[in-house]
Design a protein around this ligand. Structure first.
Ligand SMILES: [Mg+2]
Length: 256
């Protein structure tokens, strides 16, 4: 089934590298995709940084011309499609604001038409206050991704999902749309950006409930690698059955 795939959507940590250390089979696998005239793109839910930050990291690992797609870009794409070039208030980093502005959306802290909640590592009480007041006015509310925590060297730290919980506690409101994986919107945006139908896309990742669920929710092929978080035992216990399961990306070289 993978022979018909034209676009490989790859998770990063646990799939192509582990904590920034690239796996020995990653470059041969990516070279094989390029030799076949197919494409790959790397996917991240983290909306606190821009794609160029990740692309720099990947270049340092030796990956040629890497393209990274973030939940922030997918959210900007979704909002533009749904509302046009509208005024948005973003609870997010300056980098996320730049992602939105680059796509043609207008950042407006005083008179927004749509609210966006991202992973704001620069959050202040003033931003929280404003966001809550706009929420109470009933403006459309969209979030970049649902992750409750983000891994860090010293342990898990609060991510966008925890901010969503804060505003739910305060205002009773929850986002009308959450774009990042496992929500299929992230893949629909990518499918349009790369003019590739979802039936010709495979999602490759190490997590069942984000990467594999994203594939299942959107209709793309799902490929689980056991080089990261998921063990064989986890897989046996899971209701989610990926289309393909391999130890690592190296095992895919002969089957794409
Ligand atoms: Mg991963």
């Amino acid at each position: 089934m993978l022979r018909n795939v034209e676009l490989f959507v790859l998770d990063m940590d646990g799939t192509i590298h582990i904590d920034g250390e690239i796996f020995p089979w990653t470059l041969p696998f990516l070279n094989r995709i390029r030799d076949l005239g197919k494409k790959y793109v790397f996917l991240t839910n983290n909306s606190s940084k821009g794609p160029e930050d990740y692309e720099e990291d990947l270049k340092k690992m030796g990956i040629q011309d890497p393209k990274v797609y973030t939940s922030g870009e997918a959210t900007a794409f979704y909002i533009k499609e749904k509302f046009g070039n509208i005024r948005v208030f973003i609870l997010g980093t300056r980098k996320l604001v730049r992602v939105f502005e680059r796509s043609g959306l207008i950042f407006d802290e005083d008179n927004p038409e749509v609210l966006v909640l991202g992973y704001d590592t620069e959050i202040t009480y003033e931003k929280i206050r404003k966001f809550a007041i706009f929420l109470r006015k009933g403006l459309p509310y969209i979030s970049t991704h649902p992750d409750l925590n983000c891994p860090s060297k010293e342990g898990l730290i609060p991510d966008a999902g925890s901010f969503i919980a804060l505003f739910k506690a305060s205002t009773g409101r929850e986002p009308e749309k959450i774009v990042g994986k496992p929500n299929p919107q992230m893949l629909y945006s990518l499918s349009e950006k790369y003019s590739t139908p979802v039936e010709k896309i495979a999602v490759i990742g190490d997590r069942l409930y984000t990467d594999m669920k994203l594939a299942k929710n959107s209709g793309a092929a799902s490929v689980l690698v056991l080089s990261g978080e998921t063990s064989r035992e986890d897989l046996e216990r899971s209701d989610l059955v990926p289309d393909v399961v391999v130890n690592n990306l190296g095992d895919l070289i002969g089957v794409i």
